[in-house]
Every structure is written in structure tokens, then in C-alpha cells.
Ligand binder design. Structure first.
Ligand code: GLN
Length: 470
């Protein structure tokens, strides 16, 4: 299991070649012990690796990702490589262009090994909602790796690739990172372009890195962030060399522990892991205070109105005419829509479309969607208030340890409840990072979550770096 930095060092010192590294990655991706992959791009990866070796031989290596094998969640478009979003609706969809983040990784010399499994369209917290197969947790194959970016998490945790991209709408990078002992970063909304990322809930979706270390995550973020003319919500916030921001320590930083994040039903080992992380930060020179984010209890309901509303609108494009699966035997247009959508979408996606369509319908809009938007503002203000007295908010990422793959299957609400700690950050558009903070008695990873001010990934990363080194 090698980090991006270690792979990069091996390449720079010519101990190995990009072709050798890619060959090994492709072999274990094909074996796919944990069902992490939906597609493997052998030809593309080998060509990219060869090109990387040639550049390096000329003394023209591109930077820290040049020749490093990575994987992309399968809702991120890859030109010429099937991209399904984990849905039968897109089982045969081959994108004619790259997402901006794909193009940026390629431009940095990264070698894309393949596309990773996810809950259909990103809707879920377990990867069990994939239309194709569930992914297994490398720490215990009977358990979920989390979701929806569970394939990316498993591919990195199993050491198949150096790092991966996931997407996070309400926790889908952070929670699987927490369940597989990785660092996962959801950037500030707007930090990374969404162009070419299959939309789930557009006001929440962000792409971000999943990696073994904070430094690796920073390297991936550096490669993909920044303004993009093809995403009008992408920000021109200054690009930083994140790695340089890592090493300044946490002396004098103020860390807030929100009391609302120690929820009922929280696993005792998770609880004590968060408190231990706070103690470690204190020992490193930060100060830790209790804070309150009073509207936290509304975040779950707010998210599960707003996200399905946006999803019901975004998924309207899959009608069997313009996009996606087309039913074979429909006799009229309405029947074509109905059949194509009934056959193409899985049960959770249908549930979200129905919830969202209902909440947006006339007579209900004010009671649900408008109200949810108002509460979203209150949740955002909670954080603004808190960040006047603290620099970082610290909590658990998930209230529980990775559950068994056969649990919570017939209880969608139980699954939604698992997102309680990651949703508020998404609603507020803040950057959030999950990192390993310990291992349970049963050998399962435990993660903590750090939240920062808008566009203050620098403080987030340096705090995480200090905690990781401790
Ligand atoms: N579990 C949440 C949902 O189902 C978040 C998923 C995500 O971040 N893509 O909506």
C-alpha cells in the first residue's frame, strides 16, 4: 500500500517506471477483491503510463502526480470510457468528453486506472444502491465501505491506486473515507468544477480527493481545483500550494466541539475517538472549546427535502429520448417515458424523484422547498457565528462504525439518519475533511471530521496534517 508521495518518489528515483506501476495496479483492479471497479481502462492507462515514462526520460516530468495510478468515481465523465453513475439508465453511456477534473488529472500526468462503484447517482451511504453490485470494505468484506463513493474508498484503501476522486453531496467523500481509514476532503462549494460530473443535487455536489494521507489529498486537490468557464458556480478563489500550507502546526488555533454533534445512539468508541483527537490537538498547542450549532437538528430534514428536489429536476433529462436507457417496446411517447424510467432507475432513485417532485409541486412548494431553503440559511448562519470564535469545528464523521452489507436494506430512513454529521457542512457549502482517528476493538476504522470556513482549506489541511503526524 503506497501513498502518492511514495509512488512519486519511486518514479523520481527511477526505482520503478510508470508502466510497471500501472501494470500492477491494473492487475489488482482486474482481480477486484472488494468489487470497487465498474470499468477498467487498460488501454488508456497503459498509454498514459508510457507517455509519463517518456516525459520523465526527457527530464520533463510534470509534477507529483505524473505516472501515479488513480481512480475516478463513475459519475465523473471520462472520454471514451463508459460512465454509468452506478445506474442501468446509463449502462451504455460512453461520454464524448472529459469532466474538467478528469482533464486536469490527465494534464497533471496521473494514470487513470478505471471507474469506481457508487450508489446510483450518488444516492446512498453504503454503495449497496449501485445498480450493479455492492462494494466491500477492505477492513472487513462483510461490511460496507460507506458511500456513495465506496468504490473509490475501497480502491484506495486496498492499495490498488494511490488516490481517487469521489463526489460529496451530503457526505459521500467523508463518510466512506472514515469507513476505510482514509483522508477524504469535500472542498468548499465552488472550489472544484462540476463540469462533466453527473448531477445529483447541483447546489451541494462537489468533487474531492480520497487518499491515504493529508499530503496526498492536498496534491490531488491542487491538481483539480480552480475556476472553470464551464461551471458558472466555480470560484476564482486564489489557488494555493496546499502542501506548503501543511506544516505550520496548530499552535494558537481554536477548535470547537459542537455539542449537537454528540448525537443519541452514537457509538461509544466513536465518541471517545473524537474526544481523544481533541486532546491531541490541545497537546499540540490548539485550544479546544465547546460550541453550539443550534439548528443542527434540522439539517437532516432540510437536506432530504433539498437534495431530492434538485435530483428530481436533474434526473428529468433521462427520458429515453435525449438520454439514457430507452424501453424497447413502447407504443406511445408517454409509455416510452414511463417504461424507460421504470426500467432504468433503481428503487432509491425513484423514491428521491417522487419525494422531490412532491415537495416541489404547487401547493407544497412553500411548505417544503421554500421552508428548507430558509432553514438552510439558519444552518449556514450557525457556522458563521461559530467561526467568529473558532477556526475549526471538530466532530465524528459518522456516528457509527461501518455496518454489515445486509443491514438497513429495507429501511431507507435508518440509512438517511447515518448522514446526520456530514449534512450540515454540505448545506452551508463549507469545506469538510475526514481523517482516521483510530481503530475500534473490532478492527474497524474510525474517522473524525474537521470543518472550516469557506475557502479556508488551508487551515483544515494543516490541522489534519498536525493530527496525522501526532
Ligand atoms: N447519503 C447522502 C444521500 O444519499 C449523501 C450522498 C452523497 O453525498 N452523494 O443523499
Amino acid at each position: 500500500m503506497k501513498t502518492i508521495v511514495e509512488i512519486g518518489a519511486g518514479l523520481a528515483e527511477k526505482k520503478t517506471s510508470a508502466v510497471e506501476v500501472a501494470t500492477a495496479a491494473l492487475a489488482s483492479a482486474k482481480e477486484d477483491t472488494f468489487s470497487a471497479f465498474l470499468a477498467i481502462d487498460e488501454a488508456g492507462a497503459m498509454a498514459a503510463a508510457k507517455a509519463s515514462d517518456e516525459r520523465r526520460a526527457r527530464g520533463a516530468a510534470l509534477g507529483p502526480l505524473d505516472g501515479v495510478p488513480v481512480a475516478l468515481k463513475d459519475n465523473i465523465l471520462t472520454e471514451g470510457v463508459v460512465t454509468t453513475a452506478g445506474s442501468k439508465m446509463l449502462a451504455d453511456f460512453t461520454p464524448p468528453y472529459d469532466a474538467t477534473v478528469t482533464a486536469r488529472l490527465k494534464a497533471a500526468g496521473a494514470v487513470i486506472i478505471g471507474k469506481t462503484n457508487l450508489d446510483e447517482f450518488g444516492m446512498g451511504s453504503s454503495t449497496v444502491n449501485s445498480a450493479f453490485k455492492p462494494t466491500k470494505n477492505p477492513f472487513d468484506p462483510s461490511r460496507t465501505p460507506g458511500g456513495s463513493s465506496g468504490g473509490s474508498a475501497a480502491a484506495v484503501a486496498a492499495g490498488i491506486v494511490g488516490g481517487a476522486l469521489g463526489t460529496d453531496t451530503g457526505g459521500s467523500i467523508r463518510q466512506p473515507a472514515s469507513f476505510t481509514g482514509l483522508v477524504g476532503l469535500k472542498p468548499t462549494y465552488g472550489r472544484v468544477s462540476r463540469a462533466g460530473v453527473i448531477a445529483y443535487a447541483s447546489s451541494l455536489d462537489q468533487v474531492g480527493p480520497m487518499a491515504h494521507t493529508v499530503e496526498d489529498a492536498a496534491l490531488l486537490l491542487e491538481a483539480i481545483e480552480g475556476f472553470d468557464a464551464n461551471d458558472s458556480t466555480s470560484s476564482d478563489a486564489k489557488k494555493t500550494v496546499w502542501r506548503d500550507a501543511l506544516r505550520s502546526g496548530v499552535k494558537g488555533l481554536r477548535i470547537g466541539l459542537p455539542r449537537e454533534y454528540f448525537v443519541d445512539g452514537m457509538d461509544a468508541e466513536v465518541d471517545s475517538s473524537v474526544r481523544a483527537a481533541a486532546k491531541r490537538l490541545e497537546a499540540l498547542g490548539a485550544s479546544v472549546v465547546d460550541i453550539s450549532l443550534p439548528h443542527t437538528k434540522y439539517a437532516l430534514a432540510t437536506y432530504y427535502v433539498i437534495a431530492p428536489c434538485e435530483a428530481s429536476s436533474n434526473l428529468g433529462r433521462y427520458d429515453g429520448v435525449r438520454y439514457g436507457h430507452r424501453a424497447a417496446d413502447a407504443k406511445a411517447l408517454k409509455e416510452l417515458y414511463e417504461k424507460s424510467r421504470s426500467e432504468g432507475f433503481g428503487p432509491e432513485v425513484k423514491r428521491r424523484i417522487m419525494l422531490g417532485t412532491f415537495a416541489l409541486s404547487s401547493g407544497y412548494y412553500d411548505a417544503y422547498y421554500r421552508k428548507a431553503q430558509q432553514v438552510r440559511t439558519l444552518i449556514t448562519r450557525d457556522f458563521e457565528q461559530a467561526f467568529q470564535s473558532v477556526d475549526i469545528v471538530l466532530s465524528a464523521t459518522s456516528p457509527v462504525l461501518p455496518w454489515r452489507l445486509d443491514e438497513k436494506l429495507d429501511d431507507p430512513l435508518a440509512m438517511y439518519l447515518m448522514d446526520v454529521l456530514t449534512l450540515p457542512c454540505s448545506l452551508a457549502g463549507l469545506p469538510g475533511l475526514s481523517m482516521p482517528s483510530g481503530v475500534s476493538a473490532s478492527g474497524l476504522p474510525i474517522g473524525v471530521q474537521l470543518l472550516g470556513r469557506r475557502f479556508d482549506e488551508a487551515t483544515l489541511l494543516r490541522t489534519a496534517f498536525a493530527l496525522e503526524k501526532h
